[in-house]
Design a protein around this ligand. Structure first.
Ligand code: FAD
Length: 312
């Protein structure tokens, strides 16, 4: 029978929604689902993980050197517990993409990336070619599966559970070759791009970092996260961690609003699972209109102030 260990993504206080989505994938594999919460003094987060439906146990590993999610230190703790499990899963977010390859390497197995569907305990569907094709992948029989989960493909597990919480002593002391220097969190109170229910994005049409402020202001009016295209990022209009798409973040908000974005395939890959897509573009032939549920042909510099007036 499968026994799945999900590595929780959190900020020390709150569990990231990506963890609840990864738990849903774990439940689809079947068998027991445990969640490992690593950090320093993680009681609050462990309690949140214990409340997730389908989780039978939470393993809370605490240590001062584990306070920040440094893959070098966290991977040692995962590997120390992984022996008892058939599967080790983490979300395919920046966090999981950093941690799990190291775990897989230490365990001597190949990682299965971006699991979007479970076909059997060792076989999965995952996207390739910017989401234009889906392939079936299988881990060798009897081999442990170390996999990242494409969160946009999974609904979050509910919150009716009451799993047992077990405290675990950290197995390592941390590494000297990697030190935590600091963390800069972009966006302040703004919802996290990868878990926001609403996202407002801007493209090259914004034309400057100063004018990109229009996107931030509009997003704040409607409580949305903010994204951008690679063109906007490369031109320095918005930071790199806001890039949505094939080489950026894959997101699945209920509402995605695209301003001055052409709709290149590499960008659309990142929003394939969005609920309602709204596009504003002055070119009626822009490919974004082929995927938009609501489209407005017009100048974004006029459209945004008009939309804001309607919100007053
Ligand atoms: C390997 C690879 C990976 C890539 N990964 C990504 C990725 O992860 N994410 C990503 O986004 N791109 C990615 N790209 C780049 C992608 O191909 C496009 O170049 C990029 O998405 C275009 O960004 P854009 O829509 O902002 O710019 P453009 O394509 O230049 O589009 C700007 C749009 O704004 C419209 N416009 C102009 N002025 C106004 C106005 N005043 N009001 C309204 N509309 C206006 C124009 O009509 C146009 O449609 C990748 C490319 C490659 C080759």
């Amino acid at each position: 029978m499968s026994k799945v260990l999900v590595i929780a993504e959190h900020d020390g206080n709150s569990l990231n929604l990506s963890t609840a989505k990864t738990v849903s994938c774990a439940a689809a594999i079947g068998g027991e689902v445990h969640v490992m919460v690593i950090g320093h003094e993680v009681d609050t987060v462990a309690a949140q993980a214990a409340a997730l439906d389908g989780v039978s146990k939470v393993l809370a590993t605490s240590g001062a050197h584990l306070e920040n999610p440094m893959a070098a230190n966290w991977a040692d703790e995962v590997v120390a517990l992984a022996g008892d499990y058939s599967h080790v899963l983490a979300p395919s977010t920046t966090f999981g993409r950093d941690l799990l390859p190291r775990v897989a390497a230490l365990m001597g197995v190949n990682q299965v990336s971006d699991i979007m569907e479970v076909m059997g305990p060792s076989s999965f569907k995952r996207p390739v070619y910017a989401g234009n094709a889906i392939i079936d992948v299988a881990a060798p029989d009897g081999s442990k599966v170390v996999g990242t989960v494409r969160t946009a493909s999974w609904k979050a597990a509910g919150g009716g559970g009451s799993a047992e919480i077990e405290g675990i002593d950290a197995s390592g002391q941390g590494h000297d070759h990697t030190r935590f220097v600091g963390m800069e969190v972009e966006g302040g109170e703004r919802p996290d791009l990868q878990s926001a229910a609403r996202v407002v994005s801007g493209g090259r049409a914004l034309a400057s970092e100063e004018q990109f402020q229009l996107i931030y202001d509009f997003a704040d009016r409607i409580g949305a996260g903010v994204g951008g295209t690679r063109a906007a990022v490369d031109a320095g209009y918005c930071p790199n961690d806001m890039q949505v798409g094939q080489t950026g973040k894959i997101i699945a908000p209920d509402l995605y609003m695209a301003f001055g974005i052409s709709g290149a395939i590499q960008h659309l890959t990142g929003i394939k699972d969005a609920g309602t897509i709204v596009a504003v573009n002055k070119d009626p032939e822009a490919p974004i209109f082929e995927v938009a549920d609501i489209g407005l042909v017009g100048d974004l510099f006029k459209a945004i102030p008009e939309m804001e007036k309607l919100l007053d």
